[in-house]
Design a protein around this ligand. Structure first.
Ligand SMILES: C[S@@+](CC[C@H](N)C(=O)[O-])C[C@H]1O[C@@H](n2cnc3c(N)ncnc32)[C@H](O)[C@@H]1O
Length: 215
């Protein structure tokens, strides 16, 4: 089957910018205290259910995967971009990172205690989110946990240039209500949502949704 253009463009874009990304954000702290609070709450919920396995989809350079590992979660990462996977492996040689797409995960049904998508579903066109959330539902075990982070808004950001490279990278800002509805329809119960105001260089609010797969 031919790969959709948006996946090819996203992979090519991150492959091109990975080295600059690593240089610019060498030891980037994971978001602010509220983002970290949601990751900590997620980690505690997973620990109450045995501590893993958890997969971060769209793990990038591995900062969130590494943060969850530091909280005692058994976690690995999956990313579309081979260059980002290589970077994550270099940053966290103790953790496992694989190439793959959240649209078709190479994981058995019901095999995860939890899944995190932290600023990665933003690269999937919103009309395709039902299919991606169905895939999350397939791989997460009944009662398992899900955490999704994204920028809030209606207008996508499209970049044709990044760090001096020609790219075609779309960042879809999303509506917390619409993402919640899509998660509910896919078989998750949204248990908590946090929307915070922009801080630092951010232009728009940021949202974190925590959900649980219905049994
Ligand atoms: C903005 S970065 C976020 C990385 C990481 N979650 C973090 O917060 O540091 C988005 C990442 O998602 C990955 N990505 C985009 N679409 C993906 C897909 N369909 N499947 C897996 N990874 C994807 C990109 O390659 C990129 O590394």
């Amino acid at each position: 089957m031919t790969e959709p253009t948006y996946l090819r463009d996203t992979r090519d874009g991150y492959d091109k910018i990975s080295a600059d990304y690593a240089e610019r954000f060498p030891t980037m702290l994971v978001d602010g205290p509220l983002g970290r609070a949601m990751l900590t709450a997620f980690a505690e919920s997973v620990q109450a259910a045995g501590g893993g396995p958890v997969v971060e989809v769209g793990s990038g350079a591995g900062r969130v995967t590494g943060y969850l590992d530091s909280l005692g979660v058994r976690v690995s990462g999956v990313d579309l971009s081979p260059a980002m996977v290589a970077l994550a492996r270099r940053n966290h040689p103790e953790l496992r990172f694989e190439e793959g797409s959240m649209t078709a995960l190479d994981l058995p049904d019901g095999s995860l205690a939890g899944l995190v998508a932290w600023y990665s579903v933003i690269h999937v066109p919103p009309e395709l989110h039902p299919g991606v959330f169905a895939e999350f539902h397939r791989v997460v075990a009944p009662d398992g946990h899900l955490l999704v982070g994204f920028q809030v808004g209606d207008e996508p950001l499209s970049f044709t240039e990044a760090f001096g490279h020609t790219v075609s990278l779309d960042f879809h800002r999303l509506s917390p209500d619409r993402v919640s509805d899509a998660l509910e329809k896919a078989g998750f119960t949204v248990e908590a949502r946090l929307v915070r105001e922009p801080s630092g260089d951010e232009k728009v609010p940021q949202a974190y949704l925590m959900a649980r797969r219905r049994a």
